[in-house]
Ligand binder design. Structure first.
Ligand code: HEM
Ligand code: MTE
Ligand code: MO
Length: 480
């Protein structure tokens, strides 16, 4: 341990000019940097931190997160900061950044936005597993991740004739049968970046991986609602079930969304109040301790960190239900858009995309063939029944093999009609056309209602860049 003196914040604060000397603190140590000021590569700005902590400034200037910067700093160490003052500093730092309690994330994720955290896995990892590992599952947060204490957690249920009901995490786990469903979640903005190639849209620039597949366990929403007093009397009036998250913005507004009542109470709807994801407690980013999983329905309605359920005549009043996550004509722009004129997105359309080979990859001519892999999924429990792949501009289509369960070799097990909640992975090996030096690989999927994907983006372009499901195209080069 250091034998240097211990200083209080008060003493450090007195040193904030070249006359008195310039002191700063960093991770609990005190530095006299008076002699460094004139040689600082960043100039006079360094004086902004005089008498206080470096951390908030270095958070703004990332050049400092290098070994050699810390080596310079070490030369100027004069003491330690009194532990109580250090604690106070940390409290201030925590309260000034609402994202400071966000969890750690996997380095392989491609980050679209750090605060709030939005990230997708690299496409080549996405389809390595039928079940997406939790760490790689795409993450879409609108707000800071709330820290919810599982011991004091309460789920409030309102809008039922017997009055409000409140359930603990333990109630959810012990009073209702545990139900398990494998379901794919997709963000309405998946593949938004392709819309930007037609005309700029507003929203996070998602690639093809704002979609992932997991096995979720929890109580059925239906069971919970019936126990809380739901019955024919309510069914005659109510039309929606609203969900409120425990994540809030600086004004205290929480994330919220709603789904149609029919889906919520359906015997075959499989809507869950999930507390497990792939056999583990829900991770912090995915809604710990409880989230709603609405299979077949757009990601936005799968409310995380669930705090409240309201059975009601109206949809959720939340911004995300009323003024976002809706589709419009390609000719509707930000001057003419009327969000009231379009329904909130619930079930999503048919989707597929190629994850391998990657855009721009090299394919060896001598192999004479190319193996194409990807995912396909449709909303509303509609089952993907076919994926077609072409490498010659659509003259010839090759029908891909579908993988629809966790075990590689099993034939695609058909779920009951209307309950195909999980994606299928596809794979097909296609001969390389003679002489081509470049290939455009395209795929399209078909579901059991015979819905298929539009061939191009332009006719489905919309100002918010949602519902992007045109044939996916990947260009690769052929090595001679
Ligand atoms: C750059 C050290 C405090 C602002 C640098 C560099 C070093 C350094 C070594 C060059 C990094 C490189 O390019 O490899 C330090 C030390 C500090 C300190 C030891 C505290 C004792 C601050 C503070 C601020 C600041 C408090 C702002 C309020 C900058 C800026 C640059 C810079 C803006 C970039 C200069 C440029 O590339 O144009 N600092 N710094 N530094 N520093 Fe600091
Ligand atoms: N729930 C809360 N409470 N807060 C949110 O920001 N984002 C929604 C939904 N549920 C969100 C939320 C959106 S838009 C999507 S796509 C999914 O969560 C993403 O779920 P994931 O992060 O588990 O992949
Ligand atoms: Mo989303």
């Amino acid at each position: 341990q250091s034998s240097l003196p211990i200083y209080t914040q008060e003493e450090v604060s007195r040193h904030k000019s070249l006359d008195e000397g310039v002191w700063v603190t960093y991770r609990g140590s005190v530095y006299d940097i008076t002699d460094f000021i004139s040689v600082h590569p960043g100039g006079d700005k360094i004086l902004l931190a005089a008498g206080g902590a470096l951390e908030p400034f270095w958070a703004l200037y990332a050049v400092h997160s290098q070994e050699h910067v810390l080596e310079i700093l070490a030369e100027y160490k004069v003491g330690e900061l009194n532990p109580e003052d250090l604690k106070k500093q940390q409290k201030v730092a925590d309260s000034s950044d609402p994202y400071s309690t966000d969890p750690e994330r996997h380095p392989a994720l491609r980050v679209n936005s750090l605060k709030p955290f939005n990230a997708e896995p690299p496409p080549e990892l996405l389809t390595d597993n039928y079940i997406t590992p939790n760490a790689l599952f795409f993450k879409r947060n609108h707000l800071p991740v709330p820290r919810v204490d599982p011991k004091t957690y309460k789920l409030e249920i309102e809008g039922l004739p017997r009055g409000p009901v409140s359930l603990t995490l333990n109630d959810l786990k012990t009073r209702f049968p545990k139900h398990t469903v494998t379901a794919t979640l997709q963000c309405a903005g998946n593949r938004r970046s392709e819309m930007n190639t037609v005309k700029q849209v507003k929203g996070l620039n998602w690639g093809i991986a704002a979609i992932s597949n997991a096995t979720w366990s929890g109580a059925r929403l239906r069971d919970v609602l019936y126990t809380a007093g739901y019955g024919p009397e309510v069914a005659a009036k109510a039309r929606h079930v609203q969900f409120e998250g425990l994540d809030r913005d600086v004004t205290g507004t929480t994330y919220g969304a709603s789904i149609p009542l029919g889906k919520a109470v359906s015997e075959v709807g499989d809507v869950l109040l999930a507390y497990e994801m792939n056999g583990e407690d829900l991770p912090l980013d995915h809604g710990y301790p409880v989230r709603v999983v609405v299979p077949g329905t757009v990601g936005a309605r799968n409310v995380k960190w669930l705090g409240k359920i309201v059975v009601s005549e109206e949809e959720s009043k939340s911004h995300w239900q009323q003024n976002d996550y809706k589709g419009f004509s390609p000719s509707t722009d930000w001057d003419t858009v009327d969000f009231k004129s379009a329904p909130a997105i619930q079930e999503l359309p048919i989707q597929s995309a190629i994850t391998q080979p990657a855009e721009g990859a090299m394919v060896d001519r001598s192999t004479e063939e190319v193996t194409v892999r990807g995912y396909a999924w449709s909303g509303g429990g509609r089952e993907v029944v076919r994926v077609d792949v072409t490498v010659d501009g659509g003259k010839t289509w090759h029908i891909a093999q579908l993988q629809g369960s966790e075990k590689e070799q099993e034939p695609a097990a058909s779920p009951p009609t209307g309950q195909a909640w999980a994606w299928k992975l596809f794979e097909v090996t296609v001969p390389l056309p003679a002489e081509a030096q470049e290939l455009e690989i395209m795929c399209k999927a078909v579901d059991n209602s015979y819905n298929t994907q539009p061939d191009t983006v332009a006719p489905i372009w919309n100002l918010r860049g949602v519902l992007s499901n045109a044939w996916h195209r990947v260009k690769v080069k052929i090595n001679e």
